[in-house]
Design a protein around this ligand. Sequence first.
Ligand code: UDX
Length: 446
Amino acid sequence: MKLTFIGTGYVGLVSGVCFSEIGNQVTCVDKDLDKVERLKKGEVPIYEPGLQELIEKNTKLGNLEFTSDLTASVREADIVFICVGTPSLPSGEANLEYVEQVAQDIALAMNGYKIVITKSTVPVGTNDKIKQIISQLSPHNFDVVSIPEFLREGSAVKDTLNPDRIIIGTSSERAAATLTELHKPLTDEIMVTEVRSAEMIKYASNAFLATKISFINEIANICEKVGADVTNVAKGMGYDKRIGSSFLQAGIGYGGSCFPKDTHALIQIAGNVDYEFKLLKSVVEVNNDQRFNIIAKLNHSLGDLQGKTVGIWGLAFKPNTDDVREAPALDIIKTLLEQGAVVKAYDPIATDNFRRFFRGEADVQWCDSAMETAESCDALCLLTDWSEFKEVDLQQLNGVMKQPVLIDGRNVYSREQLAETTFQYYSIGRPELESLSPFRNSVASD
Ligand code: UDX
């Protein structure tokens, strides 16, 4: 089939490339001319394992092309995907300006029946609005369908080619049949439902996953006080199929481009119909607080941070991505600088993005390796669970630091790894591991 994807952000680019990989003729459109030119040359604007190779392969095969000509690509397509951003407004609501503009552009370009799909995460009712916009501007037949996207950054290609499910929100039998056919090579788990339910499934899924994370983080905080180990608690809970074992990894909370934005938007969607989503409000509050556990542990260990050197391992909101949006590292480094600490920071790939995002960067020493970051530090904080940090030689690390204070915000180190070290070790919800430390209860003076 001939497909056009409008917007070459995460969702548009990865989806477009993956649909070309399964044999469709795909055009990816973006109004950013520079980005289009770079994509044509094979330069990929995001770090995503496997994406570059698929772009090169399918461009060569002639299955995939990039353009800024929206009109021509809509005219040629059977199916048009809207994949533009829906950033948060100051109120928390999704900003639909770009989606609505694209709907107008599509309407004016249409030359016959088209299926218009919304992949962007949009509030319930938006697809009806898009339908209205197009019908006012175009005489042609069309169907507007909601197909929410569930890909994760860092495994976006894999997720798109092997999805858990495809949700098709439409009341049109014609569109449902075509889209079931299109998605069949990806999975058999295809659910056709009403448009508004499809829109809600996306928000409810992300809100539920965020809830699991905040829930386990609160359990971790309690574990620290009652002497239980949250990793064992999560494991024990996960055996229950009704609970499931995923998304129960305690740490310093979620970040990224989706959970923070979508939880705020759902609170707002509920508020707009006079419903207070109390549970989700707490989930957000717990998440905002959780990152500051790092600061509390530092203060417990070092006392006043003025003039102390603190190393930061990991700036991305999670491993295998260079995305730093809503990354806990932003708040943590800001607070450290406010408290007068000298900050050294390193990330395997996200440092450049972080520096662009972060104000006050002149005060941070950006390092080129994990060990260089740790040298002469009074404490080291692991904020992102990159495998590079998991595999580090802890004895060597122990040797290069000024004071052996290790704060593990993602619970990556085991009892065995720590056994031969003299670290004053802190993690999240594992008090027994912390008590292994010889200096656990002393507050260092220098
Ligand atoms: C998420 C959803 O998983 C995806 O379905 C949706 O389409 C977009 O939002 P993403 O933001 O890429 O994907 O990352 P994800 O892997 O879900 O992690 C989100 C955040 O939660 C990260 O900061 C991660 O560190 C944190 N997390 C995740 C935990 O703290 N504990 C966990 O157990 C899982």
